[in-house]
Design a protein. Sequence first.
Length: 380
Amino acid sequence: MPSGTIPEYPNPFNPGFGVDPPFVAGRAAVIHRLLANLNDGPGRATYLNIVVGGRGVGKTVLLNQIQQIVTTEYRWPVLRWTAGPDESFAAALSDEYDRIVRALGHRRRGRVTASKVGVSAGVVSADVELTASERRPTTVPAMFRRLGEQAAARHRQVILLVDELQAGNDASLRALSAGLQETNGSRLPVGLVAVGLPVVARRLRDVDGITFLERQRPIELGNLDDGATREAITQPIVDAGRSITDAAANLLVEFCGGYPYAIQLAAFHTWEAAGAAGTIGIEHARRGIAVAREELDDLYESRWERLSPAMQEYLRAVVAELDAEGKASTGAVAQRMGHPVTQVAKQRDALIVQHQLLQPAGRGFVTVSLPGMTEWVRRR
C-alpha cells in the first residue's frame, strides 16, 4: 500500500451494507426449526409459524433469511406482506397472484378473438379471455386453494412471509386466517412464517372469526447469549480483514447485553471510531459505546414522551418492582401506586397493547419488553 494511503474498510455493521451480521449470529437453531417445519409440509400444526419478540431483536432480518433460502435454494415462490392498519392482505394477494402463478410454472391459457387484437407502435397486443376455470379467484380462500393446488401438482410450496402481524387490521387478519384454514385443512402446500411483537396472541384473540390462526403456538425470539453476541461483533470484523482485542470485545459484549439492536449500534460506532486502524482496541470500543448509548437513550426518550403521566407512573412502578427474573407483580405495582389493580389496569393494557413497552409474563405479572429501557428508567 502506498505511503499515506488510508485502507478502505466498508462498515459491515451499516444497515445499508447488505448483510445483517448482528442478527444472524445465534439464530441458526430457529432458522433450522422454521425450515424444517416448512419442509414437513401441510396438515401439521408446525407448518404455520408465528415468531414473536420485542422490537430490535431481529424479527424482520429472520424473515429476510427465510426468504433468501426458500427462494434461492428451494425455488419456492414467496408472498411478502407487511401488516398495517391501512394495508389490505386481500389486495396484496390479488396484486401478487399472477406473479406467483408464473413462478409456479403454470401457463394460463386463453382464447384470443380477432376483435381483441390491436397494433400500437408496431407492437401486436391481445387481450386474453380466460376460461371460467382459469380466471383469477375473487376471494382469499379461493386464491389460496388455487395456488395450493398448483403448487402441489408441481411438488412445490407457496410461502407467506408476514411482518408486523400484530398491526394487521381485522379484515386482513380474518382473510389470512380463512385462507390458511382452507389450504391447511386440505393439506395444500401454502406455508406461513409470520413475525410480530409479543402482543400478537392477544391481538388475535381480540378479532372475531380467526380461531384457526389464534391456535398457532408462537415461537419466541429473544436476545442473544454472550457467545452469540461475541460472534455477532467479532466475525464481521475478522471477515473484513481487521482484528479486535479481547478487552474491546468483552466491553462490547457487556454493554450490549445480547440486544441485537444495541449490538448493531455499538459495533457500528466502534468500527467508525477505529478509523484506519487494523486492530480495534478498547479505546475504540469505549468511544463507540458512548455514541451508541446516546442513540439508545434517544430511542427510550422518544418512547417515554409518547406516554401519558399515568402510564409513566405505572412504568416507573413496574421497574421498581422487578424481581431477579425481570418480572413484576401487577398487584405489587398497583400497591406501590396506591391504587386497586382494577383502577390502573387501563395504564397496564395501554403499555402492553398500544405502546408495546410491557408484555405479560404469566398470570398477574408483567415485564419490560424493550431491552435496555429498564436501566434507562432507573437512571432517569
